[in-house]
Design a protein around this ligand. Structure first.
Ligand code: GDP
Length: 454
């Protein structure tokens, strides 16, 4: 347990119903009893854990700062595993800051970013993946992102990792026994069994890594550009997806001369959406600048929505666009289907085509489903384990590389020691993932990304 008793405002600063000042450490209750007085006249020190007291917080001259409710948690049964008091006062910036100042005068020190959660980790209340899920929950921008973080909070990543870890530990123990007693006929200790165990670890690491990209799209969104020649309805589509007039819609070709950007959530996917200038041959300098930027967006986007006007025959600009997007992750939007069709869908080639009328909003659901399908987010089941950050992916990747090296060493008939070194590397990478074996530097790096008060 750390010696310092820390305090911070745990709620966002701003007008709101309540603000919470959180205090954690051995002296949390002692510090609180210097500035919080319960109307029952009972000191917090006399209360059981998980109790609440109604009273007031007073300043150094005994003047009330605000009425308050104090929640008392006694070590180890608290978020941090230490004594914790949470003082709820009226929301807003002034009162919360006054109460925090008073708590600091009474002996607490200001918590640094993520220090409460770091203490929870150091006191064995959370492993690293669960601690990171707290951050994921706080920053979730859609239901799916919250669901993924909730799963990690409940220990899904640790459960799957421990599963691989146990297999690797079993392999390491068998390798050691095999090396120590080469002449003994110990059942299940043979190369075939080692290979089977490593194959299983390989498959499980692969499966975990494969979840990362889907998780990233759900959390951070996918960079998506709407492209097409002028007047096909790109801005109207942008507005349909945003549910507001984000882009200017006119029937004058070339109105969108720059890139208009916004973020929209469609099902489980967040699109970091860019409406680009119409791509076509032009001599207008300003328009050309917009077309060049649109071409850049095509290069950099992770998903393209390529819009075509179904009511006019395909021309050379459309055909050029089809060529430009040939090797991209792309959905073709056949727009203006409320008007008579001027060409057949088959002329667009093998792309996935979604028919819509951006003007009336028809086809919205089909498009949402197509985007979730292309991003594979429609495959996310409620029980799936999803890696939630780059650090986790890196750890599993290192474990996977070490497992591959162990398999290669086994196949090449290398010594058991050599195979054992690779297995140990894989074990080390997974122990780092959950934080069972992690350096102070890595630990500091993780928690400094948290906000103060968490
Ligand atoms: P952009 O240049 O590709 O961004 O095209 P706009 O979104 O500015 O639309 C060009 C014109 O097509 C405007 O007059 C829109 O009202 C019209 N438009 C867009 N979508 C549809 C549609 O689904 N049906 C019909 N009938 N008109 C549309």
């Amino acid at each position: 347990m750390s010696e310092r008793t820390i305090a911070a405002i745990a709620t966002p600063l701003g007008e709101g119903g309540i603000s919470v000042i959180r205090i954690s450490g051995e002296d949390a209750i002692k510090v609180s009893d210097k500035c919080f007085f319960a109307f029952s006249c009972k000191p917090l020190a006399d209360l059981d854990g998980y109790s609440a007291a109604y009273g007031k917080v007073v300043d150094g001259e005994n003047h009330a700062i605000d009425d308050a409710v104090a929640l008392v948690f006694k070590a180890p049964k608290s978020y941090t595993g230490e004594n914790v008091v949470e003082i709820s006062v009226h929301g807003g910036t002034v009162v919360a800051r006054q109460v925090l100042r008073r708590v600091l005068e009474c002996g607490a020190t200001l918590a640094t970013g993520g220090e409460f959660t770091k203490r929870a980790f150091l006191n064995g209340k959370l492993d690293l993946t669960k601690a990171e899920s707290v951050m994921g929950l706080i920053s979730a921008r859609n239901d799916a992102a919250a669901k993924i973080s909730r799963g990690a909070r409940e220990g899904r990543i640790s459960r799957d990792t421990d599963d691989i870890l146990n297999k690797l530990l079993e392999t390491a123990a068998s390798l050691a026994a095999f090396a120590d007693y080469p002449d003994e006929d110990i059942p299940n200790l043979n190369e075939e069994n080692f290979a089977a165990l490593l194959d299983e670890c390989y498959a499980k690491c692969q499966k975990l890594i494969s979840t990362y990209d889907m998780g990233r799209i759900i959390r951070e969104g996918i960079n998506c550009a709407i492209v097409g020649k002028p007047n096909v309805g790109k801005s109207t589509l942008m507005n349909m997806l945003c549910g507001s007039d984000r882009s200017i819609v006119t029937d004058i070709a070339g109105t969108t001369r720059d890139v208009v950007e916004t973020t929209v959530s469609l099902g489980d996917v967040t699109l970091n959406l860019a409406d680009t200038a119409g791509i076509h041959e032009t001599d207008d300098t300003v328009e050309k600048f917009g077309v060049d930027k649109a071409m850049q967006k095509i290069e950099n986007a992770e998903l393209l929505l390529a819009v075509f006007d179904s009511s006019t025959a395909l021309d050379s600009d459309d055909k050029q666009l089809l060529e430009n997007i040939a090797d991209k992750k792309c959905i073709i939007i056949l727009n203006k289907t409320d008007l008579p069709a001027a060409f057949s869908k088959s002329e667009l080639g093998d792309f996935e085509v979604v028919e819509i009328s951006a003007k009336s909003g028809s086809g919205y659901e089909t498009l949402t489903n197509a985007i979730n399908h292309v991003c594979k987010t429609d495959m996310l089941s409620p029980d799936d384990t999803v890696l939630i950050n780059e650090r986790q992916r890196d750890c599993v990747n290192r474990a996977l590389s070490a497992v591959i090296a162990a398999r290669d060493a086994l196949q090449m008939g290398m010594t058991l020691d050599a195979i054992g070194v690779c297995v140990d590397d894989a074990i080390a990478a997974l122990l780092e993932l959950t934080g069972k074996r992690v350096t102070n530097e890595v630990c500091d790096e993780i928690f400094k990304r948290f906000c103060v008060g968490k």
